[in-house]
Design a protein around this ligand. Structure first.
Ligand SMILES: [Zn+2]
Length: 87
């Protein structure tokens, strides 16, 4: 005769085994990825290469400068984002 306590222990053990079976591949993957990242060069910031005009002196026609303070604004801006003058 199986007591309720034994059923509970069996259920908990089974769930723990299932959880381990699921978690072990994930943990292994994390470890492998972490080691791969440690081994390779730190990735360069992709945003810097994709947006070379940021912070530069080049004037983008799509980013008109405010006639009041000279701040670049988006083309669809009506008011300067810096000084709130009308563009
Ligand atoms: Zn302005």
């Amino acid at each position: 005769m199986v007591t309720p306590g034994e059923v509970y222990v069996l259920l908990v053990t089974a769930m723990a085994l299932v959880a381990l079976a699921v978690a072990i591949p994930v943990l292994l993957r994390i470890v492998v990825d972490g080691r791969a990242r440690l081994g390779e060069e730190p990735p360069a910031h992709p945003d810097e290469g994709a947006n070379p005009g940021a912070g530069g002196q080049s004037v983008d026609p799509d980013r008109p400068r405010c006639p009041h303070c000279g701040t670049e604004n988006d083309a669809d801006f009506v008011y300067c984002r810096e000084c709130l003058e009308q563009l």
